[in-house]
Design a protein around this ligand. Sequence first.
Ligand code: ZN
Length: 118
Amino acid sequence: MSAVLNHHELEGFSEELHELLTSMQEEVRDELHDIEHVRQLLRSIPPGQTELQATLEVAKRLDLEHLRHHLDVIGRCNEALERINRGRYGSCCRCGETIELNRLRADPLTECCLTCQE
Ligand SMILES: [Zn+2]
């Protein structure tokens, strides 16, 4: 288990992860805003307009799925940054082997090597 990632590469990943984190946090903020907006709309619909209400329910559900996904990415981002801090970034979480650099570049949130993923 060698430290294959040099300081420069680690910094690059750290920067990328921070950017991803920031953009995800912005997405979540926007989505919460949208959900709040839909909620207000739902409240303002007079009773009897069930079709419109159903449509808005769908919109709300879609937003929640995005929100859940983004929150998941934020969690994984934080974990990856934590791994960088502990000097464990780039090592497979299961077998401890070095994760292929190309794999990390394709997805900086990757936690395990290709062999363990399969
Ligand atoms: Zn592995």
